[in-house]
Design a protein around this ligand. Structure first.
Ligand code: ADP
Ligand code: MG
Length: 246
């Protein structure tokens, strides 16, 4: 879909794992402030797409541009652009032996060189934003899965990213904890954060997404508004996928 002010642009991106052609001619633009939800069957390349956007994976051909700057293959430029992309995964990967506050302030202290006082006060603000102001001094194991995932979101936000990527952020959570994480993400979307969200939560896709991107076998098969996608899916693959999950 055409986008007025793209923050992320992928042009003709192809990626292989050995013989497996895992991303095929991917063209995707994400506008500033837009929320793009990526859905599709398991193995269709959704995680690889996320990991490609900040070059956790190399690509064989094509270009990736973040806020007008081409993403380099390596070096300082890559580290800087990568730090502008926040990522939240299915598994929270918090540092087990650090407090919640330390988990959030560590990267701003070490990578951004912020002063401790400044980094910690900003971390407390972020904890408040994800509804965990009172948990700053706890250790990850003392929190529920939903709380840990909210800490992981705060940790990603602490680097002041231009865009947030979420790869199935609620898939590892018990059902009663899914909503508290989705609500934080909804609020982030309302605050204007640019977001790419891989999720099976169709309620979130319907209510928060500006666009739904449907992937199948490494290709983007549909890229439409949620209303269009859910009411008139065009491809047989999307129809089949929706018939199984709705
Ligand atoms: P999704 O997130 O949509 O389930 P993935 O991006 O994880 O899909 O995987 C896409 C395809 O790439 C799958 O066939 C998967 O088995 C394969 N794949 C993923 N990661 C690797 C890897 N590190 N090495 C080889 N194959 C991989
Ligand atoms: Mg995946």
């Amino acid at each position: 879909m055409a986008v007025v002010d793209p923050l992320i642009e992928l042009r003709d991106v192809n990626k292989y794992y050995g013989q497996l052609h895992v991303l095929r001619d991917i063209n995707l633009s994400v506008g500033r402030g837009e929320v793009v939800v990526v859905i599709g069957p398991s193995g269709s390349g959704k995680s690889t797409l996320c990991r490609t956007v900040n070059r956790l994976e190399t690509i064989e051909s094509g270009t990736i541009t973040i806020d007008g700057e081409p993403l380099p293959a390596e070096g300082k430029g890559l580290a800087r652009l990568r730090s502008e992309v926040g990522m939240v995964f299915q598994s929270f990967n918090l540092f087990a032996h650090r407090t919640v506050l330390d988990n959030i302030s560590l990267a701003p202290l070490k990578v951004r060189g912020r002063r401790r006082e400044e980094a910690e006060s900003r971390s407390r603000e972020l904890l408040d934003r994800v509804g965990l102001a009172s948990q700053a001094d706890k250790y990850p194991a003392q929190l529920s899965g939903g709380q840990q995932q909210r800490v992981a979101i705060a940790r990603a936000l602490a680097m002041d990213p231009k865009v947030m990527l979420f790869d199935e952020p609620t898939s590892a959570l018990d059902p009663e904890m899914i909503n508290e994480v989705l609500e934080v993400m909804q609020q982030l979307a309302r605050d204007g954060m640019t977001m790419v969200v891989v999720t099976h939560e169709m309620g979130f896709a319907r209510s928060a997404a500006n666009r739904v991107v449907f992937m199948s076998d490494g290709r983007i098969v549909e890229d439409r508004t949620p209303e269009d996608f859910f009411t008139h899916p065009e491809s047989d693959r999307a129809k089949d996928f929706l018939s199984k999950i709705l």
